[in-house]
Write a protein that binds this ligand. Structure first.
Ligand code: ADP
Length: 720
């Protein structure tokens, strides 16, 4: 008897989908979610193909059950498979990300109170009030008691009498639809031209990419919201995804989208509750939600009909996921756009060199906004030469910056001090013996955190209380803190301006979306005079009263050998300085540097991005580096240094020879030791015409790592 065989992809690092037999009468379809046995367990999986036949000689395992959850659209499956091939990983890894929402627990049904129509035996004033309230709103018993201003006993009495009934209702899945009749802000002429170009691109239908390249404060959000409106209006089923690099930024854009379309969009990031996660997942899959705003993992949601993807701050390093399933969300967004036949908008004031190159060659439409909206002008940028005007010993803010902070405060305006380093001090050293406090399982220094009183490894999260005596020589009170972190800069600012309202914004002090929202609002409303922040608050935001940005250590990102350091530093500092003077008051930015002659500092001062990117692109072209060539890294790690050395030497022998591909290494990886594992790295450079993923897959098939050794493949590594 012929049966049907279902290929089922499981959210596990398996090389491919497994075949199962479909039990009679199950009537599976591609995309269905099922429970399938794997070893002793039942796993949630997705049907990716169905065919008639038998399993051959071997009897197949049988699908256990079809789950009562929305199926995955074919295009979501295609995307998962594409992403896995591109990243040279198992399709089970992106599937696991996709199924996160499906696996989350649904919201419990809510209790609501309703009137049965029966009249109360004794109508007291309190009872009448309750009945009036019930007639107006559907509330839970405690909310009803609160709204009517009565005790819970009154409600219980009415329920016992049969006048009121408590019913369980399912929490809603659908999101309120956007109101497309509402208008956005009137656009200025250059915004209008950019918006028209985007709207016409969307009108063409199908896959197209635009780079919305506009200086900070030029109104890119206003412009892309017009494109969102056009995409939603063009098709009543169309869905839009807006990606942002930080949770803190999603909050600001959610508020703007809610104001523009009169209803809250769906929100997706690591910080939402399981029931909210489940609701968004289901609403997206069943097309009961039209706008999603989220962090990079939102790209893996099972959109029923995705028409437009916006990648805001497209240059941002946070789009690169470096653990688990390794991917670059900006690149995957373009790939998903192609699979979905959707439009893609990449927005940034400092686009990645990859996107700029695609715009230059005409692969992307290039829309430029060169001035700020309204009367706002770009900030004045000064380089503070720290050799000429150094801070006092043990201090980090130079006299010119302190003077500017004083002037800003006297005018009732706000200062942002930017330092991309969490904690109090990056190094703790013993004055007596010179011992540096390092993490036990990495080579890196332990960072002192004063608020928590601990020393923390920023790579692994390892932490310990700060010891009173040096663990090496035993000297008491000999441990000194070297160098600044945001906590130390905050301390210095408090000493200088004891009456100012000062706050810190870093991922240690702001660990969830609520706290981020609270601080951002306080900043927007002018309740903070000086904000000391890492990059978490230095990008994207609009703080109307902020007129001074001080970059405490502009050279920080330029140290170390990373070839992308200049690009990254330019982007980060242009973003940070771009926070100043975004409304009617002109802003200024001061960069404290020991290398004012460095091309990055000169380009920032002159606000000449094009000169910087042209020079940088020339260097990349000569070296055949991205965007002119392609790169991948193989990170090989293991607990035993000798075994690891021997294995990477063998691996090097197995590297396939291919035209246009060069393999460098093995060398120590940039982070040579993490969690007790030594790490070696191969870098692979390929011409653009080479199928790098296929090359890597072929290489990987030629070696088999022994037990404790792991090989991670990072296509398009962020650092090189
Ligand atoms: P960008 O994303 O380019 O940095 P935003 O879209 O955040 O810029 O705009 C910067 C500020 O200017 C925001 O406060 C925004 O509301 C305001 N703005 C921009 N364009 C307009 C417009 N056409 N009308 C009114 N306000 C605008």
């Amino acid at each position: 008897m012929t049966r049907r065989i279902a290929s089922i992809l499981l959210p596990m690092p398996l090389p491919e989908a497994f075949d199962y037999e479909e039990p009679e009468g199950m009537d599976l379809m591609v995309g269905d979610q099922v429970a399938a046995p794997l070893g002793p367990r039942l796993l949630r999986g997705v049907v990716t193909a169905l065919r008639d036949g038998t399993g051959g000689n071997r009897p197949l395992k049988v699908v256990d059950s079809k789950l009562d959850d929305p199926p995955l659209p074919q295009r979501a499956i295609d995307f998962i498979q594409w992403a896995a091939r591109y990243s040279v990983d198992s399709p089970g890894s992106p599937l696991a990300i996709t199924l996160r929402g499906a696996r989350a627990q649904k919201a419990k049904p809510e209790k609501v109170v309703e009137a049965t129509g029966a009249a109360p035996a004794r109508p007291t004033a309190a009872r009448t009030k309750v009945l009036e309230t019930v007639a107006a709103q559907r509330l839970s018993p405690p909310d009803l008691a609160r709204a009517a201003g009565v005790s819970s006993g009154v409600i219980k009495g009415l329920v016992d009498e049969g006048v009121l009934a408590v019913r369980l209702i399912e929490a809603p899945v659908a999101f309120d639809p956007p109101d497309l009749a509402r208008e956005g802000h009137p656009l200025n002429p250059s915004q209008d031209a950019a918006a028209k170009a985007l709207v016409s691109m969307i009108g063409e239908g199908g896959f197209n990419v635009a780079l919305l390249d506009g200086v900070t404060g030029s109104g890119k959000t206003e412009v892309y919201l017009e494109a969102v409106a056009a995409a939603l209006a063009a098709d009543p089923d169309a869905q839009v995804l807006i990606l942002l690099p930080e949770i803190a930024l999603t909050q600001a854009v959610i508020a703007r989208v809610a104001a523009r379309f009169g209803s809250a969009p769906a929100e997706w990031h690591s910080d939402i509750t399981p029931p909210a996660r489940r609701r968004v997942w289901e609403a997206v899959a069943t097309n009961q939600c039209r706008i999603v705003i989220g962090a990079r993992s939102a790209l893996f949601l099972p959109f029923a009909k995705l028409a437009l993807i916006v990648v805001d701050e497209e240059h941002d390093a946070s789009y690169k996921q470096e653990e688990g399933f390794i991917y670059q969300a900006r690149d995957l967004a373009v790939a998903r756009g192609k699979i979905e036949e959707a439009a893609v908008i990449l927005a940034s004031a400092t686009p990645s060199l990859e996107s700029l190159r695609n715009a230059e060659t005409g692969r992307y439409r290039w829309l430029r906004l060169t001035s700020r909206h309204g009367v706002a002008v770009l900030p004045d940028i000064t380089l503070v030469d720290m050799r000429e005007t150094p801070p006092d010993t043990g201090r980090w803010l130079s006299p010119p910056l302190v003077k500017a902070m004083g002037e800003t405060w006297a005018r009732g305006e706000q200062t942002l001090l930017f330092l991309n380093r969490r904690g109090y001090a990056p190094l703790v050293l013993c004055k007596a013996c010179g011992e540096r406090m390092t993490s036990p399982d990495t080579d890196s220094w332990l960072v002192e955190h004063r608020y928590s009183g601990r020393l923390v490894c920023h790579l692994t999260g390892f932490s310990m209380p700060k010891p009173l005596a040096c663990p090496h020589c035993g000297a008491k009170d000999s441990l000194t803190s070297i160098g600044p972190g945001v906590e130390r800069v905050e301390e210095e600012a408090r000493g200088l301006f004891p009456d100012a309202r000062i706050a810190i914004f870093s991922s240690d002090t702001v660990w969830d979306a609520r706290e981020a929202k609270r601080l951002i609002q306080a900043m927007e409303e002018g309740q903070i005079d000086i904000l000391v922040a890492t990059q978490a608050a230095a990008k994207g935001h609009n703080f109307p009263g902020l007129t001074l940005v001080g970059v405490v250590d502009a050279d920080l990102g330029l140290r170390g050998g990373d070839l992308r350091a200049a690009e990254r530093t330019y982007q980060l500092l242009a973003q940070a300085t771009g926070r100043a003077g975004r409304k009617d008051r002109p802003g200024r930015a001061m960069l404290q540097t020991y290398a004012p002659e460095h091309p990055v500092m000169q380009a920032l001062k002159a606000q000449d991005r094009d000169a910087f990117t042209t020079a940088e692109l020339e260097e990349r072209e000569i070296a055949g580096l991205p965007p002119y060539g392609r790169l991948a890294a193989l990170i090989v790690s293991g607990p035993d240094a000798v075994q690891l050395e021997a294995f990477v030497e063998r691996m090097a022998q197995t590297a396939p020879n291919a035209e246009g591909v060069a393999v460098y290494g093995p060398a120590d990886a940039p982070l040579g030791l993490i969690r007790g594992r030594r790490r070696k790295r191969f870098l692979i450079r390929a011409d653009r015409t080479v199928d790098l993923s296929a090359y890597l897959a072929a290489w990987r098939a030629r070696f088999r790592p022994p037990g404790m050794i792991r090989v991670a493949i990072d296509v398009d590594p962020y650092s090189f």
